[in-house]
Design a protein around this ligand. Structure first.
Ligand SMILES: [Zn+2]
Ligand SMILES: [Zn+2]
Length: 163
């Protein structure tokens, strides 16, 4: 999906808006993070006479694997970045944004970049994940009874010591 920003800055078009599906399911993401389906994206670009103000909305269904308990959970992620664009954004050696040389912005690529930036450095199924049980190796949240038993063992040893 290419947005012709140069055309807008030349006054040919005051505003552009639309929506599209960004299929990034085949792209590389960090380990433990995957996209289930193409992301839904919407954009609105307005030229104010100097710059193009672009508002992008990206919504994607992701599957993340928890760093602590290794459980896979589904999560919806939503990003709403804004950009102010002008000719200097593509008339340069190494554009920061995915521009073509003739001022077209690759919105699909921009969605990918935003998702990558938005992935937390630590993936957790929930903020207070208790991780894996050191005894049986299953997620504690799955409800193993080991902790109970460990407690009982300690208690019985204590009882033995005391008796
Ligand atoms: Zn977890
Ligand atoms: Zn256990």
């Amino acid at each position: 999906m290419l947005l012709d920003v140069q055309k807008m800055t030349m006054g040919a078009q005051e505003s552009q808006q639309g929506s599209f599906l960004a299929d990034l399911t085949g792209q590389e993401f960090p380990i433990g993070f995957a996209l289930k389906a193409p992301a839904s994206a919407a954009y609105e670009a307005v030229f104010d006479g100097h710059e193009v103000l672009l508002r992008l909305t990206v919504v994607c269904e992701t599957v993340i694997q928890c760093d602590l308990c290794l459980t896979e959970v589904q999560r919806e992620m939503r990003f709403q970045p804004e950009y102010r664009l002008s000719a200097r954004d593509w008339n340069c050696e190494d554009p920061e944004l995915p521009f073509t040389k003739d001022g077209k912005l690759d919105l699909t690529r921009l969605c990918y970049d935003e998702i990558l930036l938005g992935i937390p450095s630590r993936l957790l199924c929930k903020p207070d994940c208790e991780g894996l049980c050191p005894v049986c190796g299953k997620p504690v949240s799955a409800g193993c009874n080991c902790r109970q038993n460990v407690g009982d063992d300690r208690l019985s040893i204590l009882k033995q010591l005391l008796s």
